[in-house]
Design a protein around this ligand. Structure first.
Ligand SMILES: [Zn+2]
Length: 232
């Protein structure tokens, strides 16, 4: 991977060629602070890197505006399905009792070597997210009468959820760190797409029938959604 160096920082650059792009698009990925460059076909890497370098001030401002990173290490505090939990790294002898990751009041316990902690926690969170989002989707689907075929979780950056025509729903597992009312809204939104595959008036009527408020969670995602990408 190429990197961009300025101000004593070394930022990884990810280049993606997009045939329909008509200009170079630059963004700072809030998850890993990497520079994403989408370029039209025919643009050389050096040209794209030079473009990023010319936007140094903008990149600096974006980096400064990123919420602090919260790594999955002993002592970190992370919200899990609406509850703050402190990560506790336990000794290996605890492993047999309750698996390798488990919840205690106000805490999330994990066993294993330091190097394995982030992976163990994110794997556990993904499973936990999928199970929880599936339960919520089934409750809403029972109310709309349109069954959910399958729920999967992914690590998407640009969308919190999506709905396929075959009735499969997909969510960003990182919503596991969002408050309850936000998860409810995103799940209800995708379940409502099983009735209305658009964002028309009738679609929003279905969503409003499932959750009490849509403005507050949408505002939360717009203003604070980026924080969800800073855990781990
Ligand atoms: Zn939608």
């Amino acid at each position: 991977m190429r990197s961009l160096r300025f101000d004593g920082l070394e930022l990884p650059i990810r280049l993606k060629v997009h045939p329909r792009a008509c200009r170079i698009v630059l963004r700072v990925d809030p998850q890993d602070a990497a520079i994403d460059l989408v370029v039209p076909r025919g643009v050389r890497l050096a040209e794209a890197v030079e473009f990023a370098r010319s936007k140094g001030d903008w990149i600096r401002r974006r980096l400064a505006a990123l919420p602090p990173r919260v790594p999955f290490v002993d002592g970190s505090r992370i919200p899990v399905l609406g509850q703050e939990r402190t990560i506790r790294h336990r000794g290996l002898r605890c492993a047999t009792a309750r698996g390798v990751v488990w919840l205690e009041p106000g805490e999330l316990h994990v066993v294993g070597e330091d190097a394995h902690l982030p992976r163990r926690i994110s794997d556990w969170l993904k499973r936990h997210a999928r199970d929880d989002f599936t339960r919520r989707a089934e409750v809403y689907a029972a109310r709309t009468g349109r069954p959910v075929r399958r729920v999967t979780v992914r690590d998407t950056r640009s969308r919190w959820g999506s709905c396929a025509v075959d009735g499969s729903l997909s969510f960003s597992w990182r919503l596991v760190h969002a408050p309850d009312f936000v998860i409810d809204y995103v799940v209800a939104h995708e379940v409502a797409h099983l009735c209305e595959m658009n964002h028309g008036r009738r679609f929003w009527d279905v969503v409003a029938g499932l959750v009490p408020d849509t403005a507050r969670p949408r505002a939360w995602l717009r203003d604070k959604g980026g924080t969800l990408l800073r855990y781990g």
